[in-house]
Structures are given as structure tokens and as C-alpha cells.
Design a protein around this ligand. Sequence first.
Ligand code: GTR
Length: 387
Amino acid sequence: FAIFILIARAQAQNYDEAKVPAYTLPDVLKTSDGQLVKNKPDWEKKRRPEVLTLFENNIYGQMPKTFDNLTYKVTNEVKDAMNGKAHLKEVTITVTKGNKSADIHLVLFTPNHVKKPVPAFLLINNRGKENTDPTRATKSEFWPAETVIESGYAVAAFHVSDGAPDNKNTYQDGILRLYPEQLETDNGMKAIGAWAWTASRVLDYFQKDKNIDAKKVFVVGHSRGGKAALWAGVQDQRFAMVFSNCSGNTGAALARRRFGETITRINTSFPHWFTNNYKKYNDNEAALPVDQHMLIALIAPRPVYATNATKDLWADPKGTYLSLINAQPVYALYKKPSGLSPEPPAINTAIINSILGYHNREGIHNLTTFDWQNFIRFANYHYPKKG
Ligand code: GTR
């Protein structure tokens, strides 16, 4: 009987395009009182705040913005790391509120021999800490720091556990200790929100580091980290650009397609990621007042790059592309058309020369050198180096 239930649950995940239900996406440009937004001021003053609140209340939770103090301490520094090519700093960022504090551990490499300040890629690392080894004894495609440094960008990372342990029993043990009231409310922040909050505190630090161009910080995340990267870019308009890799359900992919992972599945496997309110939409996507194209639209006019992998149908490559397509009307208000064609590009073909970038890489659910190389191309396109 138990096996039967397991099979039934596995089958409940659809991978057949023909079985995608008919759906209607909420109109990103239509206000709750039925008016059509036609220009930038109306978007920014009326509709954007409305959509942002819908995401906060229903999905990602509130984003507390106040704390008493943010200090930092460089705990390790190597000026000639990577054979002299980079300057390593390990920094502990401490955020204090009342009698409580939380530490964020940042690994940061800045390229030597380039004009400062430099733009930076910041990874929200949801996998092993060895992926961001400051000694570089261990190298990983997940964070190919040498490749990013060679391209003239700074490269930084923090681990999600500093924001919130990725565990349904202990997620409260990170920065939520500073905001216990969040745990008492159905629209309270949980782990994904805490990771996005942490990315913003790193950006606060970047504003104090004279080698970093804090107006050009690009937030990057893979999968659950890619969901947090999108939310960070939405919440904190200081992030210049967002890279969301294989972020799938409640990331860059449309929920209403019910292709691969669904809201029920994500809320069941990871009850500590999203608000209590989000559980109301289990098997009830149509009732959601938003869909994920609207999350991308909230990042406009800043560039967004989303990716998928061919063997990662769980994260719905097509649904990700459709999110970008359906975010376009908001970019158009800023006269930043993306010119995406209705059909996704061929496998391994990256859309770079566009405000909304995309590729579907051959292979499995992962963050790889191929992905990073295209992130760098996209950054070069939007922030061409002078001279
Ligand atoms: C899966 C989860 C996805 C994605 C992934 C990951 O188990 O269903 O939403 O977050 O983990 O983070 O690698």
C-alpha cells in the first residue's frame, strides 16, 4: 500500500507537455481595481508596490529592513592570491539588533591589475562550503572563481546557512533570531527570504569596500539559491542584475503549468522555505494572485538571466522561458524590449544581447562553467568595459 502511494505521488508530477492544464496568467499590468497600467510612473507608484505585496504576503514573506548596526571584520587577507591575480578577503559581517547578532561569512576575490572599483558577482551558495574554498585547493564549477577573476570581475559568496539553516527544524537559527516576530505570522519570512536578506547585507558591506563598485553587483543563485537570488533582486533594487540558474518552481518557472515540481510538492518537501500562506495554494495554483513572470517583472528595468538544463525537467525549462516572455510588457514600459522569440532558443544557445537572457544547457541540474561563461558574457554586454 505504501509503495502504491509512493508511485501515485511520483506520477502526480507531470512531464508531458500535452498534459499541461489550460491556464490564464494574471495580467501583470492590471491593477487590483481593474486599471491597465500604461506607463512607468503608474507601474512604479501603483502596480509594482501592489505586486510586491502580493508576493510578500502569499509566497516569500515580509522582508524586515531595520537593524541597529552592521559592522565587518576582515579575518583573512591574501593580496597575491591566485598566482598574484587576485586579492582575497574573508570578511565577517555582523548584524546587530537589540541584544542579538548574526554573522555572515563572506569570501571575496577582487582582481588585481584592473581599475578599481570593479563590478562583482555574488553567489548565494546553497551547496557544500568547499565550493567556495578560499585557499583554492578545491576548485569547483559551481563557483569558478578563477574564470570570473580572469574576466575582470570580483567574485564573492556566502553560504545559505548563515542566513537560515536549510532544515525545517532549525531554519529559525540564522537571522530569524533577530526577527522572532516573523515566526508568529502567516506572512512571515522563512528560509528563502532570509537568504535574500543576507545577500542584501553583503551588498551593504560592498558599499563600504572601496574596491567594489556597489552599483554593479550581480546576485547569482542555483536552484533554491536561484529562487532566493530572484527575491533578493526584487526586494533590493540596488542589485544591478540577477542570475537565476535552474530555479524552477517558485523561482523563474510558471507555477500554473504544473510541469515538474508543483507548489504542493515544494511546500511538502520544504515547509521552511515559504510563508504559511503559500500552503493555501497547494493544488490550487489558479487561486494565486500572481505567477512567476510577475516576479521577473518586479526586477525591471534591470537585466535578468535565467537558465535551465535539458535533463532537469523538474525545474521546467519551458515554463522558465515563458516567465521571461510574459515579463516583457513591464520591460517595454521602460523601453527595454527583450525581443525574445516566442519559442525558446536551441539547446546550448545563449540569448545574451537582450535585457532578458536565457539558455537551456545540455545536462543535469547543476551550476557549471558553461553557465558562468554565459553569465560573464551577459554582464559584459550590459556593462561593457571602457578603454
Ligand atoms: C529540489 C527542489 C527544487 C530545488 C532543488 C535544489 O529538491 O525540489 O525546488 O530547489 O532541490 O535546490 O537543488
